[in-house]
Design a protein around this ligand. Structure first.
Ligand code: PLP
Length: 380
């Protein structure tokens, strides 16, 4: 009898999903485990999507994305980055998830290796495992301000290493790498002839620090930048993401798009055009709310004497529960106090002893959730 694929069976399940499933069986849970914007998609973007549907954008679209969207992306990126980005440098896909998958597929043969952060968004590990690629974690630890250590990276490279995955602002840490660190990573990638995949999903959600994007510093055309409209414009359900890369790479990746998805829904892409070309005030309003939540959470944890990392970006706070099993802690916290959080262990070995709480929550939920968390922590 035919067997299910071992690579799929081996792929880990997200520990966050497990907490979410348990939470769904309970009433009155405060949800601090989710990684979704707090807001509905801004009205002008929804309108553009609806108008596009009525105007007949209901058919297949080109593999690499519609010209209108690729042009809007290229123009806005050229302005922001100060380097020329052409529509031919853009590949539109079904969210960041799908375009990052494309990058794994485009650069790796089965048996190759990718360097991924630890802790990191669990999907990198899943994607690599399913593609029969070995995920090799590199550590981000508190004692180094959660920056990668080049000497450690050097020891992890083999002749099978193809990609260095960098995620700044980071999910789950919220760390934003400064220019010096980014340059070191670029140099490291250059020394070993690796492509650098820069996942910039949270690029517009940064607090009192500057977003540094390696695409703008790349002279070798070895940076692939992964972007999404999901977090910036509260558009998770529209599934619009894109890659920026050398046009030759994009040309090859179009084959992957034909095989995987054929194309991205046209009306959603037109909503994407409205997001990028339209007013950006909504982005700032959302960012401001996350920042207020960050400051509120930081004050509450500081008052309780619980350690945390003050995020420079993204909408998560990384909270220390030193010496405790994070999965057990998260499960008990949910069952006893009805607060759902993500156990750090689900993000990698270095996540053990930590929890991730979402700042994309209502202020009163955050306040009450942290109050209960502190109460539970003190009973342990
Ligand atoms: N990258 C990171 C670090 C994320 O946290 C996410 C979503 O949670 C994504 C990429 C992809 O998001 P989407 O597929 O909605 O664009």
């Amino acid at each position: 009898m035919a067997e299910l694929s071992q690579s799929v069976l081996r792929a880990p399940r997200s520990g966050i999903r497990k907490i979410m499933e348990l939470a769904q069986t309970m009433d009155g849970v405060i949800h601090l485990e989710v990684g979704e914007p707090l807001f509905a998609t801004p009205e002008h973007i929804v309108e553009a999507g609806c108008a596009a549907l009525r105007a007949g954008y209901t058919k297949y679209t080109p593999n690499a994305g519609m010209r209108e969207l690729r042009e809007a992306i290229a123009e806005s990126r050229t302005k922001e980055l100060g380097v020329r980005v052409e529509p031919e440098n853009v590949l539109v896909g079904i969210g960041g998830v799908e375009v990052i998958n494309c990058a794994f597929r485009a650069f790796c043969e089965p048996g190759d290796e990718v360097l991924i952060p630890d802790p990191a968004w669990p999907n990198y590990r899943m994607m690599a495992t399913i593609a029969n690629v070995k995920p090799v974690p590199y550590s981000l630890r508190a004692e180094n301000r959660f920056y990668p250590v080049t000497e450690e990276l050097e020891k992890l490279v083999t002749e099978r290493t193809k990609l260095l995955v960098v995620n700044s602002p980071s999910n789950p840490l919220g760390v934003v790498f400064p220019e010096k660190v980014m340059r070191e990573l670029l140099e490291f990638a250059g020394r070993h002839d690796l492509y650098l995949l820069s996942d910039e999903a949270y690029e517009r959600i940064v607090y009192d620090t500057d977003m540094v994007t390696p695409y703008a510093m790349d002279t070798e055309k070895k940076v692939i930048a992964a972007h999404t409209l999901s977090k910036t414009y509260a558009m998770t359900g529209w599934r619009i993401g894109y890659l920026l890369a050398d046009s030759g790479i994009i040309q090859t990746m179009m084959k992957l798009q034909e095989a995987y998805i054929s194309s991205v829904p046209g009306a959603n892409q037109m909503a994407g055009v409205a997001a990028i070309r339209g007013p950006q005030k909504c982005v700032e309003e959302m960012r401001r709310t996350y920042q207020d939540n960050r400051d509120l959470a930081a004050a509450l944890f500081a008052e309780a004497g619980i350690s945390y990392f003050l995020p420079g970006g993204a909408f998560y706070m990384w909270v220390g529960i030193e010496g405790k099993d994070s999965t057990e802690f998260a499960e008990k916290l949910l069952l006893k106090e009805k607060v759902a959080v993500a156990p750090g262990q689900t993000f990698g070995e270095n996540g053990e002893g930590w929890l991730r709480i979402s700042l994309a929550s209502k202020g009163e939920d955050l306040q009450e959730g942290i109050k209960r968390l502190v109460h539970f922590y003190n009973l342990q």
